[in-house]
Ligand binder design. Structure first.
Ligand code: PLP
Length: 393
């Protein structure tokens, strides 16, 4: 078969591959602790499930508008307006099956050959994949541990050229758990206004924050006109398998993204959108309880990892991942690279995690572990990693 050339430029999300390998080991009778996939281990709150069932029985089983049901778009517009302190109207909202398609559609709609897109590295792997896919040039912006995995503004300024079309920011950040402070966001905002650059602000972990208040880049002058907010229900309401997310963007772009929806999905499942209305307008206590539980688990995993000789781990401020530095252990164990160490942990210790390089070249020397798992499982994983490290010569 002769595939289109562009397929060779498409990357992937390693978490799903490791999940398959971990499941295969389990099928052979092995016990594996899953710290690879980024999803809450909680069930979707009952009121949301109930709303979906009711919607199914009341006929929400048909196609709907490509941009989403008007009543959900209204509710999202109000919610985003309140949480970010900016005016938003429903025409700026496009509902999609998960937040991920917003990356695809935004990059597809804005970037092409000759354009440059600056993105965080380590960062969510789909950014780089889609930038390459559309033929634009990916320009990685290193997030270094010395800066607590925040953006080096000087480096960002150096990377901006006349061809820079889009800058991607993600705060709270996957995989590093870092959070951009208001001053950094303001500096990025000023840079993009001055150079007429669009911003994709991936705010999917906006609620999964352990200290302070969530800050969106859209709060600064000139930003609502040039920002696409990516958000959704997967992480906040433990709805990963439902596939429900959205983008908030200038109206002109929303029309184009809706056209991409018409050309691909037609629309997001109607009854799921009705459940989304309940998620936003119904009681929020389950969602806050999840964040409190993640915080407790974060403290346990960070403390446990820091007790292992050769591993050190910063305390993440948001999302539900740790990004421990394991470079010393990789060296001591004479592993070819961090991926080989991550493979070793899965095969020999029954701990499924990801190499930092699954998030880009600057992830070498780090692991990404999701702590959206029970405390007994986290303790088991930490003990297994400690034992595996102790066995290295
Ligand atoms: N953005 C980031 C940074 C993520 O980590 C994820 C999922 O892991 C998404 C977006 C997409 O989430 P979903 O498509 O499940 O809504």
């Amino acid at each position: 078969m002769k595939l289109a050339q562009r397929m060779s430029r498409l990357g992937t999300e390693t978490a799903f591959e490791v999940l398959v390998r971990a499941k295969a080991l389990e099928a052979q009778g092995r016990d594996v602790v899953h710290l690879e996939i980024g999803e809450p281990d909680f069930d979707t709150p009952a009121n949301i499930i109930e709303a979906a069932c009711k919607a199914l029985h009341s006929g929400y089983t048909h196609y709907g508008p490509s941009a989403g049901l008007p009543q959900l778009r209204e509710v999202i517009a109000k919610d985003v307006s309140q949480s970010r302190g900016i005016p938003v109207n429903a025409n700026q909202v496009v509902v999609t099956p998960g937040g991920k398609p917003i990356m695809f559609y935004t990059i597809m709609a804005l970037a092409e050959s000759g354009d440059e897109v600056i993105y965080p590295n380590p960062g969510f792997p789909i950014y780089e994949s889609v930038i390459n896919f559309v033929g634009a040039k990916p320009v990685p912006l290193r997030l270094a541990e010395e800066r607590e995995f925040c953006i080096d503004l000087e480096e960002l300024r150096r990377k901006v050229t006349k061809r820079t079309k889009l800058i991607i920011v993600n705060s709270p950040h996957n995989p590093c758990g870092s959070v951009l402070c208001k001053e950094d966001l303001q500096a990025i905002a000023e840079l993009t206004v001055k150079n007429d650059i669009m911003v994709l602000s991936d705010e999917i972990y906006g609620r999964t924050l352990y200290e302070g208040q969530f800050e969106s880049i859209t709060q600064f002058p000139g930003m609502p006109e040039r920002t696409i907010i990516l958000d959704g229900f997967s992480k906040t309401y433990a709805m990963t398998g439902w596939r429900l997310g959205y983008g908030v963007m200038p109206e002109e772009l929303a029309g184009q993204v809706a056209k991409l929806m018409t050309n691909s999905n037609s629309c997001t499942a109607s009854f799921i959108q009705v459940a989304g209305i309940e998620a936003i307008t119904g009681p929020q206590d389950e969602s806050y309880k999840m964040v409190a539980a993640f915080k407790e688990r974060r403290d346990i995993i960070v403390k446990g990892l820091n007790q292992i000789p050769g591993i050190h781990c910063l305390l993440p401020k948001g999302a539900f991942y740790v990004f421990p530095n394991v470079s010393e252990v990789v060296k001591r164990g004479k592993f070819a690279n961090t991926k080989a160490f991550a493979d070793h942990l899965l095969q020999e210790a029954g701990v499924a995690g990801l190499s930092g390089t699954a998030f880009g070249e600057f992830g070498e020397g780090y692991l990404r572990l999701s702590y959206a798992n029970s405390i007994p499982n986290i303790n088991k994983a930490v003990q297994r990693i400690a034992d595996a490290v102790a066995k290295l010569k």
